[in-house]
Design a protein around this ligand. Structure first.
Ligand code: FMN
Length: 163
């Protein structure tokens, strides 16, 4: 199975998640992780799973990720590519702000719009999007989030293997 993880990261936390996922993929499967500036349509050739990750910034993915996904040809993922998305975010419990709770109830997080853009470009949703917590705006990641990410990606592979 060939897996592509496209991710963006400002402070390095989402990158740590993306690289932990990539490194946990064992033969016979292969995984590549790239940031938007290294992405090309060539990478979608013979692809089985396309995972896109971004930090949540002002309730959204980064502009680099959103623009890249929006600019994909409408049928770019329609050749049976299975897709899903993940973000990093601050836990509402940690933020402890009624205002933030309200804003999040309106605008959400980065993973859902990325997931929707993947489906809009022909992707077959493999699983609901996932999220991983950082302690504060610049991180670090909460304990065990990298482990949780490696479990998640291996569950995705297992799920597609039996489809
Ligand atoms: C300008 C800015 C806006 C942010 N907006 C949100 C937000 O809307 N929701 C949230 O949960 N976290 C928000 N955060 C925290 C980010 O999610 C956090 O910086 C990110 O997960 C770190 O990932 P990175 O190290 O890969 O950049 C924001 C952080 C910054 C700096």
């Amino acid at each position: 199975m060939n897996i592509l993880i496209l991710y963006d990261s400002v402070f390095g936390n989402t990158e740590q998640i993306a690289l932990a996922m990539k490194d946990s993929v064992a033969t016979p499967h292969t995984a590549v992780a790239v940031k938007p500036d290294a992405f090309s349509l060539e990478l979608l050739k013979d692809l089985d799973i396309f995972i896109v990750g971004s930090p949540t910034r002002a309730f959204r993915p980064t502009p680099a990720i959103t623009n890249l996904l929006k600019k994909l040809p409408l049928d770019a993922l329609a050749q049976g590519i299975h897709t899903t998305a993940f973000d990093t975010r601050v836990s509402l419990e940690d933020a402890n702000s009624k205002f933030l709770n309200f804003m999040v109830s309106l605008f959400g997080y980065a993973a859902k719009p990325m997931d929707a853009l993947l489906v809009r470009h022909g992707g077959t949703q493999l699983a609901e999007p996932a999220w991983f917590f950082v302690e504060g705006k610049e991180g670090p990641l909460k304990a065990n989030e990298k482990e949780r990410a490696t479990i998640w990606i291996n569950e995705l592979i297992a799920k597609l293997s039996v489809l």
